[in-house]
Design a protein around this ligand. Structure first.
Ligand SMILES: [Ca+2]
Length: 153
């Protein structure tokens, strides 16, 4: 005697990020990391301006907290060509990398020879497509592209 297997699974409830991701504005949603990002490279900006540009459209610079997130971002920007994109990450006076919310940054996938010694004042992070979208620490004053991310409010 077998009873029918129930198929009354609860429908998956879309997340805030999924529902609100502005895909019509060029953002891409990625389900398994629940992230929504857009890469900008046509109007390079220094770090502080890049941050503001994201904020002006209700997003922030992308925060990369694990390999899977980095992998998604790398598929968006590509791992070829010669493009640079600011992401979150600011080095404090003690050489500690922090995200914009003040939490310590724990995931890194540095490019060759990176990070540069603390004394060099390279206090921000970019991804460089020519090196497989790996992280490079740089001065925030150089104009680069940037990647914005929609985060839950
Ligand atoms: Ca560097």
């Amino acid at each position: 005697m077998t009873s029918p297997t129930t198929s009354l699974e609860t429908p998956r409830v879309p997340t805030y990020v999924e529902v609100n991701c502005p895909v019509g504005n060029g953002y891409t949603y990625h389900l398994s990391t629940d992230s929504c990002i857009k890469a900008y490279n046509s109007n390079p900006a220094k770090h502080s301006i890049a941050k503001t540009m994201c904020q002006q459209e209700g997003t922030e610079l992308v925060s990369i907290k694990n390999f899977y997130k980095w992998q998604f971002v790398s598929t968006i920007i590509g791992t070829a060509g010669n493009n640079y994109y600011y992401i979150q990450g600011t080095k404090d006076g003690n050489g500690v990398w922090k995200l914009d919310d003040g939490y310590v940054m724990t995931y890194f996938i540095w490019g060759s020879g990176e990070p540069t010694p603390v004394s060099a004042n390279e206090n921000h992070v970019i991804l460089w497509t020519a090196d497989f979208a790996k992280m490079y620490d740089v001065s925030g004053t150089v104009m680069y592209g940037y990647i914005c991310e929609l985060v839950p409010i």
